[in-house]
Design a protein. Structure first.
Length: 208
């Protein structure tokens, strides 16, 4: 049994809901930052570490602030790197792919790798994707999705990873992206409290 491991770099706040796992762990990892049309985006990889055959995955993402980047030249599956020179922003497209046959790296996705629902919008994702029947993969680390979000994105995600040993049950994962800014009233109260504390310390110092 392995424990859930979810990591975000770049100072983003992350809350975890650890669950018992069988053979597959899921992690959301920030892999970079980019600027497109004067907008800054954080790029995340949804990675699995598995010692079994991965079969399918579910992901729900809801943003209360910010948005999901979807390139005008992209689709639901991983774009072909051969097109990046002609369309450089395509490499940052939000996509879903499969690990089968591509040890330690993500393969170029095809339409057959997407099954079930693909319901994207600028603030919401509800996606189920799977490997073609009979596919196998060697144990390793695989990227099964890329999420590109504006740098101010705040929201939550959850999902289930399935492999052959957990078929029909799956292994859950969840987390929070971003940190909401404190409300003005909270900032004002904090500032007043700090000033009062400093004034009190100053009076004590003067009295002594």
């Amino acid at each position: 049994m392995k424990s859930l491991s979810i990591l975000l770099a770049g100072g983003a706040m992350l809350a975890l809901s650890p669950l018992a796992l069988a053979n597959t762990t899921t992690a959301l990892v920030q892999t970079g930052t980019t600027t497109i049309s004067s907008v800054t985006y954080n790029v995340y990889a949804l990675r699995i570490t598995t010692d079994a055959t991965w079969t399918n995955q579910h992901l729900t993402l809801d943003l209360t602030q910010g948005s999901i980047y979807q390139d005008s030249f992209g689709g639901d599956t991983q774009p072909n790197p051969l097109f990046f020179s002609a369309a450089p922003t395509l490499q940052y497209d939000t996509f879903f792919t499969i690990p089968q046959g591509y040890p330690n790296t993500a393969g170029v996705g095809t339409s057959s790798s997407i099954a079930g629902n693909v319901s994207p919008s600028s603030t919401h994702l509800f996606v189920d994707w799977s490997a073609p029947a009979g596919s196998t993969n060697v144990p390793g680390v695989y990227t099964v999705a890329q999420l590109t979000l504006t740098s101010n994105a705040v929201g939550s995600y959850s999902g289930i990873a399935y492999d052959v040993p957990t078929a029909g049950v799956g292994v859950g994962y969840s987390g929070i992206i971003g940190a909401a800014a404190p409300e003005p009233a909270s900032l004002a109260a904090f500032s007043l409290g700090t000033l009062a504390l400093l004034a009190r310390r100053k009076r004590k110092a003067s009295a002594s």
